[in-house]
Design a protein around this ligand. Structure first.
Ligand SMILES: Cc1ncc(COP(=O)(O)O)c(C=O)c1O
Length: 364
């Protein structure tokens, strides 16, 4: 099976894990955690990193640190992984959906203003499939209405917006290090911020809000969202290779684009002139395609030994959130989008085979 994603773990990861185990610091204290936080924050251009157990809790922690609660509204794109909206629900707030930009699939900034109400507190742009959002447009709106911005950068480690790394372009950014991400710690996540008070609040909330001076005294209801030293040990080694992984990913994209760019009925993943995407998972749109036809193509490719995925279903059509609202761009992209094998272990011959089979399945 040609895989959709596969982590690359080498000698450096192994050595760091051995070092963590030998040190006996295998829970959430130990040298690799502050190191990983410092290095990853530095890489993204933020001052502070708060390592957590996964990307979903990173979003929850960010919202908690901003005191978002019941009665508040949070603007999110409808086309994203469900965790973005779920985190809003975890704090009792209401996710308010916004449609996708037709060209680059992320939240469409021109449609945000119309969704802002007196209850709106936060905008969460998601750098979808590794493509950055238009952060200047979003931050300008946020400033005008006194809103906070949380980047959901779970899929976009190292992506550039107007030459700057995503993750350092908002009040808090949230990353995932799940096994299919650009870099992984198995499970894992991180919140980044350049605001010291927000960093301190997240550090406390991550650890049951235990008072730093008075042990076992808890200032509020917090969580156990800590990352382990073993995970951070892997993260430190992975981070050293992130730029190399991005280059490899972009080479893979070049192989795909050169084969699919001229195929009628196939739209290659976008990259706006102001963006440098990291193409987390290479995803194409099949024009004039229905969800049924897309699913038939995917089933055919599975028989050919090729693993694929549908693009995310828009959240507003899914049972916990369905309300009868319509977001046509997200629905179009969701119904005709297909994610192709994007593991860095793929060879050019693998890509050639995937493209040949995709074209054959589209014509059959
Ligand atoms: C956009 C987005 N946000 C949040 C998450 C949640 O990350 P995790 O799976 O680490 O909880 C993901 C995970 O894939 C994601 O794609």
């Amino acid at each position: 099976m040609i895989p959709i994603a596969e982590p690359i773990l080498g000698e450096a990861e192994m050595a760091n894990v051995v070092q963590a185990v030998k040190s006996t610091w295998i829970s959430s204290k130990g040298e690799f955690i502050p190191l990983f936080e410092k290095q990853f924050a530095g890489y993204c251009g933020a001052k502070h990193g708060v390592a957590v157990s996964n990307g979903t809790v990173a979003l929850h922690l960010a919202l908690k640190a901003m005191d978002i609660k019941e009665g508040d509204e949070v603007i999110v794109p409808t086309l994203t992984f469900i965790a973005t909206a779920n985190a809003v629900r975890y704090v009792g707030a209401t996710p308010v959906f916004v449609d996708s930009h037709p060209e680059y699939w992320c939240i469409d900034p021109s449609r945000i203003r119309g969704r802002i109400t007196k209850r709106t507190r936060v905008i969460i742009p998601v750098h979808l499939y590794g493509h950055p959002c238009d952060m200047d447009a979003i931050n300008t709106l946020a400033k005008e209405f006194g809103l906070r911005v949380i980047e959901d950068a779970a899929e976009a480690h190292g992506a550039l917006y107007k030459g700057k790394k995503v993750g350092g372009l908002s009040h808090i950014s949230c990353f995932s290090f799940y096994g299919n991400k650009l870099i992984t710690t198995g499970e894992g996540g991180m919140c980044l911020t350049s605001d010291r008070l927000l960093a301190e609040r997240m550090q406390a909330l991550r650890d049951h809000s235990m008072n730093p001076v008075k042990r076992y005294w808890h200032d509020e209801v917090g969580f156990n969202y800590r990352m382990t030293n073993i995970q951070a040990a892997i993260g430190v080694a992975q981070l050293q290779r992130l730029d190399e992984f991005i280059e490899q990913k972009r080479r893979l994209v070049g192989w795909y684009n050169s084969r699919l760019g001229e195929v009628s009925g196939v739209t290659c993943p976008p990259q706006m002139p102001w963006a440098r995407s990291v193409y987390w998972i290479y995803s194409v749109l099949l024009s004039g395609c229905s969800e049924e036809r897309r699913d038939r193509v995917m089933a055919g490719l599975m028989k050919d030994g090729i693993e694929t995925r549908p693009i995310f279903y828009p959240i507003h059509i899914q049972p916990p959130y369905s309300s009868g609202e319509r977001y046509p761009e997200a629905e179009r992209i969701g119904a005709c989008g297909i994610s192709l094998p994007s593991a860095l272990t793929l060879t050019e011959d693998n890509v050639d085979y995937v493209c040949q089979r995709l074209v054959a399945r589209l014509r059959s």
